[in-house]
Design a protein around this ligand. Sequence first.
Ligand code: MLT
Length: 390
Amino acid sequence: MEEGVLFEITAENLETGMRGYPVGFCPTSYVDPIKGLHYMGKPISELALKTPEEVIFLLYYGKEPEHHDLVHFKKELASRAKVSKEVLDQIRTLPRKGHPMKLFASALLTEGMLEGKNDYKEDCLNIIAKIPTIIATLINHHAGWGESKPSDPKLGYIENFVNMLNLPQEKTEDLIFAMKLFNILHYDHGGGNLSTFVGKAVASGLEDMYGSLSAAISALAGPRHGRANQDCLEFVQKMQKELGDSATASQIESYLKKMIEKKELVFGFGHAVLRVEDPRATIFYNVAQKEYPNHPLVKLALNLRIAGVKVLSENPKISDPYPNVDAISGITLIAAGFPYPEYFTVLFGMSRTVGIARQIVYERQEARGGKGTPLVRPKYFYIGSLELSG
Ligand code: MLT
């Protein structure tokens, strides 16, 4: 190989989703195949129990906040949090029958049209500050729960979000804890996950922050990416229906083997980068096991954690037979008092907006000595006279 060439692309590397090809630098986070997710070099396990504001500060400024930084940052977010009535009214006119991720993508475009500043840095902080109100309004509207309570950022980033949701049932401290954890664990996942890559690619054409984020949210909406958390929950519920609440690990093992024979997909296992149990999943499993050991879905998820690895490890073609975050994130939310799987991906997107927006700021205004990265424009080979299958 020539000097300076990282690796050569051969025909076998094409049509593989660019899996693992280096394309740039990420300023916020990386995912080690064995040690998992790190924000600014810190393992996610060290950050999971901090406050959302502390972790957002870390991702935005690249360092952990001192006490006075945090006080100032909370005020900064609060001063940017108001979403105009015009935007909220527009969200409340969106059709309620589509998947809420479609409403999310539309709401971002509306926010950009009516309140965008056409400045990536300003819009990054603005959207981070406003997203809890936008998402609470969207969920309340889509679920038919009525108008949101007014935003009160003084309550705290996630406390305010939960307060604005008009849930039919009581909102407990457990729910706030689980929502905070979910929010922090999903902010960022390196530079190459589909939604982040798409957001940055769209921004490379100099589309503004909101259009870029809207595209990123559409990328997150697919079942192979963000919607896997909803699909995984539905998979465990189906298993619950078929095997009952007290299915053992060995019953689940036979169930999974039959699924694999029928070429059905086992949800919640495997990851593009990870080669161990996702450390975010481990954090959720620990919380679920400690706080909700008797919840039927938690019990099933814990047995599935064992059975899934056993069955999938038997297949040499599977490079990562371990649970990913989706295997338990939604079940923890349900156990904590949010039994609404349709909104799991929306909560993922509300969180991931932080990392995507920050990475867009890097690529547009900081990369290459401030010049920014060029327009994304990969090459495709013309297939010519080759016979296309299918
Ligand atoms: C994740 O959070 O696991 C992702 O966004 C998926 C990925 O990293 O490709």
